[in-house]
Design a protein around this ligand. Structure first.
Ligand code: CP
Ligand code: NVA
Length: 308
């Protein structure tokens, strides 16, 4: 059994296997009703706990549907309703859950919660987003890019806006899948240095370019995310908007990227803030393929975790 905690912690060869599996199972069930079972019921008899300490639409539904398609069952738990939210330790929660379920997916605040869960669980633990990273999202994003444009290796990916958790996982993926990244955003919201370092030490280029018009030149993929993440204080809203206003992805900015550049956003989006509706719904956008691919990528991640 193996945990899926972050993209840089999963060996490169394993990531490629997961990606190939995701593409194959997506193809195999194309056109089938959503609740119809996969040909191979690899999770038959398996119980999966999905723990949410933060809201979710995509992660919650895609994991739930994915487990069912593979023949398993799910239990969706809200952190606040569990004893975890009332003082029981993470370690004890992990030990107890491991006696009932075969796999745990957790969306939480502090990365330490995820790591402690993984340290004490005797079943695989999957990171469904923390304040610092969101690896499942980027597995789907890489899958989506490759579906539309072929290998992402050697491509130029430009992150616009806040250097947040999703940006961090993109930086991890840059190192593992071999693409270059440019971050364009205001200095106070730069990604943590450690993420930049982790990508660069794998031999890819990571640049910070403050001017978004300059940054997107030659981009194969432009990515945006919300300006206020779930863990950000609402009181910082005005300051963040002031810092980020110049980094909106709009038609003018997209026109400076390569003519066949793709646009991605993990969603949920704030139309008219970090991105305009015309980009979201325009010819470069692959946002709903991205959302769909959460399902296929995570099914492959779960299979890998369980050695199936
Ligand atoms: N992109 C993503 O993780 O969406 P949810 O917050 O809806 O799960
Ligand atoms: N950066 C966002 C991603 C949501 C999927 C957040 O953490 O709220």
């Amino acid at each position: 059994m193996q945990h899926f905690l972050d993209i840089h912690k999963t060996p490169q060869a394993e990531l490629l296997k997961i990606m190939a599996q995701a593409q194959a199972t997506k193809k195999a069930r194309a056109g089938k009703p959503k609740a119809s079972p996969d040909k191979e019921l690899v999770l038959d008899g398996h119980m999966v706990a999905l723990i949410f300490e933060k809201p979710s639409t995509r992660t919650r539904v895609s994991f739930d549907v994915g487990v069912r398609q593979m023949g398993g069952q799910t239990m969706v738990l809200s952190g606040a309703d569990m004893q975890l939210g009332h003082g029981e330790s993470i370690a004890d929660t992990a030990r107890v859950l491991s006696r009932y379920v075969d796999l745990i997916m957790i969306r939480t605040f502090e990365e330490e919660t995820l790591l402690e869960m993984a340290d004490h669980a005797t079943v695989p633990v999957i990171n469904g987003l923390t304040n610092r990273t969101h690896p499942c999202q980027i597995m789907a994003d890489v899958m989506t890019y490759e579906e539309h444009r072929g290998s992402i290796a050697g491509k130029k990916v430009v992150w616009c806006g806040d250097g947040n958790n999703v940006c961090a996982s993109f930086l991890h993926a840059a190192g593992q899948f071999g693409f270059d990244m440019v971050f364009t955003g205001p200095e106070p919201l730069d990604p943590e240095q450690v993420f930049i370092h982790q990508a660069r030490e794998k031999g890819v280029s990571v640049e910070i370019v403050r001017n978004p018009d300059e940054a997107v030149k030659g981009a194969d993929l432009v990515v945006a995310d919300t300006w206020i993440s779930m863990h950000d204080s609402q009181t910082a809203k005005e300051r963040r908007h002031n810092l980020l206003r110049g980094y909106q992805v709009n038609d003018e900015l997209m026109s400076k990227a390569k003519s066949d550049a793709l646009f991605m956003h993990c969603l949920p989006a704030h139309r008219g803030e970090e991105v305009t509706s015309s980009v979201m719904d325009g010819p470069h956008s692959v946002i709903f393929d991205e959302a769909e691919n959460r399902l296929h990528a995570q099914k492959a991640v779960m299979r890998w975790c369980l050695g199936k």
